[in-house]
Design a protein around this ligand. Structure first.
Ligand SMILES: *[C@@H]1O[C@H](CO)[C@@H](O)[C@H](O)[C@H]1NC(C)=O
Ligand SMILES: *[C@@H]1O[C@H](CO)[C@@H](O)[C@H](O)[C@H]1NC(C)=O
Ligand SMILES: *[C@@H]1O[C@H](CO)[C@@H](O)[C@H](O)[C@H]1NC(C)=O
Ligand SMILES: *[C@@H]1O[C@H](CO)[C@@H](O)[C@H](O)[C@H]1NC(C)=O
Ligand SMILES: *[C@@H]1O[C@H](CO)[C@@H](O)[C@H](O)[C@H]1NC(C)=O
Length: 299
């Protein structure tokens, strides 16, 4: 009796070509997993039908908490600017069938929006943290009839738009950093692959340097270059890949110590990350509130 029931059950799911095609579609899978805020946004954007489409596709579905955690101004922009909402949501879809079990660090997947989704694999203790443009995949490879769902703990926002160098050039809060990069002729380094992580001191951070320091640096290019390369790490380190009480090596070979406070603020040496995980086409940028001074400067 039991085996008969199993055969009847299996036959419901196996089509004539042997594919499990009577699984629920992505829309219902996302609903069953409680991603209803994401579904609501896709409905607002008139995109929910895609999740019931023929596929195959991979959907990176942010949790409800991920959507609620977006800064207020971002949520406001998403509800008032439908084109932006559509762009952000399209960035969470790809026609690639992505299997997070076999993901490779720094792999790029073209999204439906056009920009690439960057996959990172960060070995941590007994586990590997997999991120998609910084959003940790917390539920992997959920099969649907028309594709695969990957549940992520963070909305992939902002979308990568230009290189590290272009971001610094376009952000009015990074004008001093831009000036120093030009002086040290590091624009090319920050425009190229392989990917990098930039810790970007804001104009406020530079203005807190002791009087005269910036002028001295601008007149000593080797020293300025050393200081700037102390702010750059090889590889893409989204915040999910930064582990408390560890260190990473900067391009000037200096050591950057990572601390995460109980309130979840990230510190790199004595600087605090004020805006984390700004995706760019060749890596990621974290804004910091202090200029990082290489220890050699004190000798
Ligand atoms: C998608 O299909 C489900 C049933 O499988 C239905 O409940 C839902 O309303 C559909 N949504 C859209 C936008 O087509
Ligand atoms: C993902 O890859 C693993 C390892 O190759 C495989 O066992 C698993 O079935 C794949 N999952 C999907 C959803 O394709
Ligand atoms: C990308 O950056 C350029 C230059 O700042 C800007 O004009 C454009 O609107 C941005 N595009 C998106 C999609 O944000
Ligand atoms: C932090 O790391 C250092 C060296 O890696 C280790 O000695 C110390 O016990 C760690 N502290 C905590 C709280 O994990
Ligand atoms: C990080 O480690 C420090 C000790 O090195 C500890 O005081 C702090 O609570 C830890 N942060 C988190 C988020 O666990």
């Amino acid at each position: 009796m039991a085996w008969l029931t199993i055969i009847v059950y299996l036959s419901l799911f196996v089509s004539s070509n042997g594919v499990l095609d009577d699984l629920p579609n992505l829309y219902d899978v996302a609903a069953n997993l409680g991603c209803d805020r994401f579904l609501k946004l896709t409905e607002d954007a008139g995109m929910a039908g895609i999740l019931n489409g023929t596929g195959p596709m991979t959907v990176f579905a942010p949790t409800n908490n991920a959507i609620q955690s977006l800064p207020r101004d971002v949520l406001a922009r998403l509800s008032s600017d439908k084109d932006l909402l559509k762009a952000v949501l399209s960035y969470h879809f790809t026609t690639d069938v992505f299997n997070s079990t076999t993901s490779i660090n720094e792999m790029l997947i073209p999204s439906e929006q056009g920009a690439n989704i960057r996959i990172n694999a960060y070995p941590q203790q007994n586990d590997i943290v997999i991120t998609a443009s910084g959003g940790e995949i917390i539920l992997k490879n959920v099969q649907a009839k028309n594709g695969v769902l990957q549940v992520i703990s963070k909305v992939m926002f902002p979308l990568p738009n230009g290189t590290i160098f272009e971001l610094v050039n376009n952000d009015l809060h990074l004008s001093t950093l831009f000036l120093t990069i030009i002086k040290a002729s590091l624009g090319w380094t920050l425009s190229a692959d392989p990917p990098l992580t930039l810790l970007a001191p804001t104009d406020g951070a530079f203005s807190n340097l002791p009087a005269g320091t910036l002028t001295t640096l601008l007149n000593d290019i080797p020293k300025l270059t050393d200081l700037l390369l102390f702010h750059v790490v090889g590889g893409t380190y989204y915040s999910a890949g930064l582990v408390n009480n560890t260190s990473v090596t900067a391009l000037n070979k200096g050591t950057l110590n990572i601390k995460i406070s109980p309130e979840n603020n990230i510190f790199v040496n004595d600087a605090m990350v004020t805006t984390a995980d700004v995706s760019v086409t060749n890596g990621v940028v974290h804004y910091i509130d202090k200029v990082l001074i290489p220890p050699s400067f004190y000798h």
